[in-house]
Design a protein around this ligand. Structure first.
Ligand code: SF4
Ligand code: SF4
Length: 191
């Protein structure tokens, strides 16, 4: 069956159904081909570079106290922007990248009314969607100095460039292996 037939539906019975559909597609792609990807030296090196970039962005965000401000905003002020539904920003490709990196993906929502991936101390996933990484609200922008804002946006731009390259690599490789267009790999599917 053509993978094109798996393009996401427009309506779902439960808030998690679309995400579970993505997990299923990711699993069907990952299990039979993980060893194949493991053997690709250029893939492994791109994956490593991306992992280093995420660690570096997180370090910069720690240093400029971005995570701390988000914690206060979400947990103490009961505001926060990781709302229910935003889990759909996680694409099949993002799930695959987490698995290729050996990172666990939570399989149930821990905090009611919040994004599926939120835990008591914030986001629980390693490879995060573009939107989650590039969004800096007014509260954060007001908190950062000019230099801090430049530092963090440079780190994130590097990380997201590598994320894009990885997503393209994985999609291109699966399209070659399966002889099919895998349109749903980068779709959020709810907009
Ligand atoms: S990004 Fe802004 S709105 Fe979202 S949790 Fe952080 S401080 Fe709050
Ligand atoms: S940062 Fe994590 S918890 Fe927040 S919306 Fe994105 S995926 Fe969800």
């Amino acid at each position: 069956m053509s993978k094109l037939k798996l393009l996401f539906k427009r309506q779902y019975q439960t808030p998690e159904e679309l995400l579970f559909e993505k997990f299923q597609i990711a699993n069907d792609l990952f299990e039979p081909w993980k060893d194949y990807f493991e053997k690709q030296i250029d893939f492994k090196s791109l994956l490593k570079e991306y992992e280093k970039a995420v660690i570096n962005s997180n370090k910069v965000m720690e240093e400029i106290k971005s995570f701390e401000e988000c914690y206060i905003c979400s947990v103490i002020d009961k505001k926060g922007c990781c709302k229910a539904g935003l889990e759909n920003e996680v694409t099949v490709n993002i799930i695959l990248i987490n698995w290729f990196l050996g990172k666990e993906m939570p399989m149930e929502r821990e905090v009611a009314g919040r994004c599926f991936f939120v835990g008591p101390r914030g986001c629980k996933i390693f490879a995060r969607p573009y939107l989650c990484r590039e969004f800096f609200c007014k509260r954060l922008q007001n908190k950062f100095s000019q230099d801090e804002y430049v530092r963090v946006t440079q780190a994130i731009a590097h990380e997201l460039t590598l994320l894009y390259q990885l997503c393209e690599y994985i999609k291109r490789e699966y399209q070659f292996l399966l002889g099919d267009f895998l349109m749903e790999m980068d779709l959020t599917g709810y907009s």
